[in-house]
Design a protein around this ligand. Structure first.
Ligand SMILES: *Cc1c(COP(=O)(O)O)cnc(C)c1O
Length: 417
């Protein structure tokens, strides 16, 4: 038995206590206690989040910003309190720089469409990286096609890290840069500040896809000086169907609205419609009130534990996971071997076993992992592999679960090998 005890002792967070906040973790699958290692796809939700959303519907449900009546005002206050918590969590200068969307995907589509409409012309470049989620590739390809602009790609090396030696050259002719802080397929933590600073030296704005960062690291939009930042509630212990777009006030004011409808307008007539102020200019239609309240509760939960404590505990677990997996015959880790450059995710292959077959046999042992290209097909092409098995962790993941994963892989490899 490896040194999981030492890890437990070194931890400031009481993981067993935290696990009690997530009732779903008591599920059994095919007679085995569930080992949930698909957190990069979506995290589980603590009871506090479920309760906040239930309380909303039970006690104050009402449409926001519209009614003079009491419930509508209480609901509006609760919804806006959610926005304030998010603004504080990412340290945005103004609360109105936080826009609610349906998710990271919609946040990026919003920026691609609105920025592209106003600022892209034929021959311009958009710079993305080779390790992007499809959500941070396809919206740029769509607007590039519309504007006859082009998408250029920052390459990655064998270790799964961005090759930035020629960054100055890659930035030539570029109008916007978009890349992920942490890769969902490899777990690589990218040097966000270095890239943002280099882009800014040439006056180029940057969108950071923080979908895999906000749950693992401190993300401070002022410190990063990033122009746009996108993430999803459901990967940060919050409800599904809600996302966040942060944008610097000056940029959000410069962009045209995304969708038209209620809430995003000041006045409407058939001659001329005037648009609402931030953040409402980008929030057409009735928003996800319960979602915003749920995400606010998720952020309270994370803040209570402390994102730095979470990071420290997860880092220790990552060291343990990399070490444990390295001891498995034929296991090939994809991406960085240094835990300091990784967050949340380990991606690997075992011998010649197809990732799907391995994933299926792990499932039979109650271990939930993801297999395939993880919505990042260009990375798989880079390594000439069909996909990987991905095990992804959260604050409630234990060293014992990593041991179960390792034992599960060994058992599956024996059956399939
Ligand atoms: C999950 C994810 C997305 C897409 O998020 P949705 O919640 O599906 O909109 C984009 N980028 C990264 C890095 C992700 O992990």
């Amino acid at each position: 038995m490896p040194d999981s005890l030492t890890i437990a002792e070194g931890r400031k967070l009481d993981i067993q206590k935290i696990r009690k906040d997530f009732p779903i973790l008591e599920t059994t699958v095919y007679g085995h206690p569930l080992v949930y290692l698909d957190n990069a796809a979506t995290t589980q939700k603590p009871k506090a989040v479920l309760k906040a959303m239930d309380d909303y519907y039970v006690t104050i449900n009402s449409n926001v910003h519209r009614g003079v009546h009491h419930l509508s005002q209480v609901a509006t206050d609760a919804y806006e309190a959610g926005r304030k918590k998010i603004a504080a969590y990412i340290n945005s200068r103004h609360t109105h720089e936080v826009i609610f969307t349906r998710g990271t995907t919609e946040s990026i589509n919003l920026v691609a469409a609105c920025f592209g409409k106003k600022f892209l012309a034929a021959g311009d470049y958009i710079l993305v990286s080779a390790m992007e989620h499809h959500s941070n590739i396809v919206p740029w390809q769509m607007i590039a096609e519309e504007k006859a602009a082009k998408v250029r790609v920052i390459p990655i090396d064998e270790k799964g890290e961005l090759i930035l030696d020629n960054l100055e050259k890659l930035l030539e002719g570029v109008k916007i840069v978009a890349f992920n802080y942490v890769s969902n397929a490899l777990g690589t933590i990218n040097p966000a500040k270095t890239i943002i600073d280099a882009a800014h030296r040439q006056g180029i704005p940057v969108l950071l896809d923080a979908a895999q960062a906000v749950q693992h690291l401190t993300v401070d939009v002022q410190d990063l000086d990033v122009d746009f930042l996108a993430f999803s509630s459901h990967k940060l212990y919050g409800p599904t169907g809600l996302g966040v777009l942060y944008g610097k006030e000056e940029w959000l004011n410069k962009l045209p609205p995304y969708q038209g409808g209620g809430e995003m307008i000041k006045t409407v007539s058939f001659e001329k419609t005037t648009y609402n102020d931030l953040p409402y200019k980008f929030e057409a239609g009735t928003p996800d009130m319960a979602g915003a309240i749920g995400l606010g509760a998720a952020i309270d939960y994370v803040q209570q534990l402390g994102i730095e404590q979470i990071h420290a505990a997860e880092h220790e677990l990552m060291v343990y996971a990399l070490d444990t997996l390295a001891g498995i015959d034929g296991l090939r880790l994809i991406g960085a071997t240094d835990a300091r450059h990784r967050a949340g995710v380990v991606s690997f292959l075992v011998g010649n076993i197809h990732p799907f077959d391995l994933g299926e046999l792990l499932d039979k042992q109650g271990i939930a992992v993801r297999t395939g290209h993880h919505c990042a097909q260009p990375i798989m092409d880079r390594y000439c592999i069909p996909g990987t098995v991905r095990a992804s962790m959260a604050v409630y993941t234990t060293p014992e679960e990593i041991d179960r994963l390792a034992a599960g892989i060994r058992k599956a490899a024996k059956l399939l090998g």
